[in-house]
Ligand binder design. Sequence first.
Ligand code: ZN
Length: 357
Amino acid sequence: MISLSSWLKRHPLEDGQEIRVDELGRSESDSLHVVQIRTKEEPHAYDRNDLVAILKRGEGTLFLGSRKMRLVPGSIVYIPKGITHSFINKSPRPAVALVVFSPPLGAAEPEPPTPVPSAGNIQGGPILDLTQELVEGIPLFPGGVPFRKEAVARFEKEGYLAYRLELGEHTGTHLDAPAHFWAGGQAAHEISPEQMIGPGICVSIVKKVEKDPDAVLDVKDLMEWEKSNGSIPAGAHLLIQTGWSSRWPDEKAYRNSDPKGKMHFPGISPQGARLLVDRRAVAVGIDTLSIDPGASTQFEAHRILSRANIVILENLNNLDRLPAKGFTLVAAPLKIRGGSGGPARVLAIFSREEEQR
Ligand SMILES: [Zn+2]
């Protein structure tokens, strides 16, 4: 008996190809369904099993939790149980999908079902890297662990190149897991793929920060954003553009400490953080050392967001190149067991559909 995901890895599905149930080495005939979707499917969720759906015919948009994906024939999607999903078919003929309830297929294997990679899930638009480079001397929050790398193998001697690294979980562009400020919150290894990918939003407070380095993103800024762009969608990955990344990698300018050692850089207010909890944001990111302003001593925004299971992204780059909305944010931290966060590669992906706006 093999799992569907490992079977599909070895047998990429071609358009028009049928999967014979016995090829998958299983017997329960009720586990494979053929679903016809004429135009619009009502939002629903299966609570019993995870699903793998393969679109055989038709074309359209799948809404999966807070995510939106374009599906074309051959697209394969993994739908975790309990996640609300619906599909809008935009082709003239009814769409046909094969839906496989995965647990009986993988039951003999200990590995949990993993998302099946598919080029059909994210259509290739331009991709913008929002990550700072890890290099010696980059700015740190006081008490942070400096980045160091040391060669353990060189071409001249060993014939290949490799380094050992030293850095903190919160060095460079990184993700704060809820466990960072909430005992019992999700740790780095528990961050789910659904929390790492979502609809991106960018709110600029650059003008306020130019006048006052202690400026914060407040309720008023979010309301103004909503007035011009519509309400912040549930599941949003909201980024705060402050203009501060222009000071990177000058630690003195980036920390901006006064003679007494108090730092002065922008952040988000506790009220702003609470509004994002109400709007059911999934991630909140910023282009400074901390989501709380530099002068904060209580780290209220960290506490409010962590308590609501919202992940935080810090030391982001290139936010000045983002539109107010219309991109997918990807932020994947290292999978450190029990970690309070981890260095992350953060990307903004513009889908073809979004590009056309
Ligand atoms: Zn952090």
